[in-house]
Write a protein that binds this ligand. Structure first.
Ligand SMILES: [Zn+2]
Length: 151
């Protein structure tokens, strides 16, 4: 099982990635709200429809590769990847992806912007960081984090 897709819906897997996205490809990014956190997983995923009831999922990061799956596999994928409803979910759809894809859970809502604890700017979740040491500032934007850590 990978990305919540049951083995019976995984048609093939491989280590190679082509970067050949179709026009309607959907991309997702893993959020890394803790600066300098060592990441040994997958940073981004691209989903392309290759033919009727066939989808290719490419993943990139410390681990890279691809797998091919079906519509049922995509539904399981969406339920797993987009299930996190916390303020900063583990995965977000890339902003270039205009619409929520059909395989997202029915009640899926893209995460709302979060107010930076320092400059009070409404900030997209993908630009929010969660500093480890200042518990009174749970969320800061990237600019404030950089300013605080310049010296
Ligand atoms: Zn800020």
């Amino acid at each position: 099982m990978m990305f919540g897709i049951p083995d019976r819906e995984i048609l093939s897997t491989g280590d190679d990635v082509t970067f050949s996205e179709t026009a309607d490809a959907v991309s997702l990014s893993s959020l890394q709200p803790i600066p300098r956190m060592l990441d040994e997983g997958v940073d981004s995923i691209t989903v392309s429809k290759t033919s009727a009831n066939r989808y290719r999922i490419e993943y990139f990061g410390f681990l890279s590769g691809h797998l091919r799956t079906t519509e049922d596999g995509m539904k399981a994928f969406g339920k797993t990847i987009l299930a996190d409803e916390s303020p900063i979910p583990a995965w977000v759809l890339d902003s270039a992806t205009a619409e929520v894809p059909w395989w997202a859970p029915d009640d899926y809502e893209p995460p709302a912007p979060i107010e930076c604890g320092q400059c009070r700017e409404e900030t997209p979740v993908r630009s929010i960081l969660t500093p480890l040491e200042s518990a009174d500032l749970p969320y800061v934007c990237r600019d404030c984090w950089d300013a605080n850590n310049r010296n």
